[in-house]
Design a protein around this ligand. Structure first.
Ligand SMILES: *Cc1c(COP(=O)(O)O)cnc(C)c1O
Length: 398
């Protein structure tokens, strides 16, 4: 793979015709090391956020040995890179064939579920295995998350109580899990979820061996400044210690976004300017899905050689290349006022749910990949580039 000193060096050398996924594996390693060092339990990397082999390798190099996979493809990816990894199949709804292959071909023993019917499927397809670690997904609130994940998965109330009892009978180890929603802005959300879980365990009167607090750990974006990650970990550790229903349980987490967001950025080209609208060669159907569908504002910077005086920044409307009018990135994205056709723009923090979501709709979505060695535009873990528009947005809000 191509390697460049920086995103700017890449643009100057290649003048890329296609959008470029820039990878910073070192940033993923740094983030994963933070979790391994700071989290008082086992860290599972949620592969769906970024399944790129270089990211998996970086996470592994940081010492992560457990992976949260949601499909057979993700399981294969992990197994092919990290032969000694412990794979957890954490999708609450799996095909029978996927369950069978995960158990018999890939050695997966950890399966999540949120219904009695899925429990029945897992028991049948593993031929009544006695070494299952079943993790019951509990429904919790997504109130403090930027990207809600409630409403689709998770058992609650009496149904959860019954499921915990039945799953206990079929497991060597029984776990409970939840997901507070992605990009969770408040550490207390985890404590609130753990209280719900405690209550259900008490009602079910079962012994629980694993408490898995899921993902949701945030990263910094121009309009979202979460508290430091250590406050999340402290809150979780304290809430775990005070769960009255546990005797000897292990604590797990499944970060996705927090590990890989800073490890990716995305370079696009301006194909046309109409007033304050810029037409780009990537957008809603590509790696910038969340900017269109969730209104997520990524940090942006213009990649131009000339380093003149500090340029005047102004907000632009951005459009992706497809013919669908959904293909609009609301922003605001601040860019130098003289931005023009042929300029390259880099979007930062796209390592999570960026390239992973890109489609080939309308004949677009073909990419170049490159490793770049400059720092991410924003960071929860240390060094970041000073980007004009991030500073400008912060000032505008202050
Ligand atoms: C998506 C997902 C994660 C990762 O979530 P982030 O918000 O990216 O940390 C973890 N666990 C499960 C079950 C998921 O579906």
């Amino acid at each position: 793979m191509d390697r460049h000193q920086s995103a700017l060096a890449l643009v100057l050398a290649d003048q890329p015709e296609l959008p470029v996924h820039c990878l910073r594996p070192g940033a993923a390693k740094k983030a994963a090391e933070f979790f391994v060092r700071s989290f008082p339990g086992d860290v599972l990397y949620a592969v769906k956020a970024n399944p790129h082999p270089l990211i998996i390798d970086a996470v592994y190099a940081a010492g992560v040995r457990s992976f949260d996979a949601a499909s057979l493809n993700e399981i294969e990816t992990v197994a092919s890179r990290c032969p000694d990894a412990r794979i957890a199949f954490m999708h609450p709804v799996k095909s029978r064939q996927a369950i069978r292959k995960a158990y018999f071909d890939f050695g997966a023993r950890i399966f999540s579920l949120d219904s009695l019917d899925e429990l029945d499927k897992i028991i049948k397809e593993t031929n009544g295995a006695k070494d299952l670690h079943l993790v019951v997904r509990i429904a919790v609130s997504s109130d403090y998350a930027q990207h809600k994940l409630n409403g689709k998965f998770g058992a609650s109330g009496q149904e959860a109580v019954l499921l915990l009892r039945q799953a206990r009978a079929a497991s060597e180890e029984l776990g409970v899990s939840f997901h507070v929603g992605s990009q969770c802005m408040r550490p207390e959300a985890y404590r609130a979820a753990m209280e719900i879980v405690s209550d259900l365990i008490r009602q079910a009167q079962v012994t629980v061996d694993i408490v898995d607090v899921g993902g949701g750990f945030p990263v910094a974006y121009p309009q979202l400044s979460p508290p430091p990650l250590r406050t999340y970990i402290e809150e979780i550790a304290a809430a775990f210690e005070s769960m009255p229903v546990l005797e000897n349980a292990d604590l797990w987490c499944e970060p996705g976004r927090a590990i890989c967001a800073e490890a990716g950025s995305h370079i696009v080209r301006v194909e046309l300017r109409k007033g304050d609208a810029l037409y780009l060669n990537d957008g809603a159907y590509g790696a910038l899905f969340d900017a269109a569908h969730d209104g997520l504002v990524y940090p942006t910077r213009l990649l131009r050689a000339k380093k003149g005086p500090r340029r005047v920044l102004k907000p632009f409307r951005l459009y992706g290349p497809t013919c669908d009018s959904i293909d609009t990135l609301k922003g605001p994205f601040l860019l130098p006022s003289d931005v023009h056709e042929g300029d390259y723009i880099e979007f930062g923090q796209t390592g999570a749910y960026g390239a992973a979501l890109a489609t080939r709709f309308n004949g677009f979505g073909e990419y170049v990949e490159a490793v770049v060695e400059d720092a991410p535009m924003m960071s929860m873990y240390g060094e970041a580039l000073e980007v004009e528009n991030v500073v400008a947005l912060k000032t505008a809000r202050a």
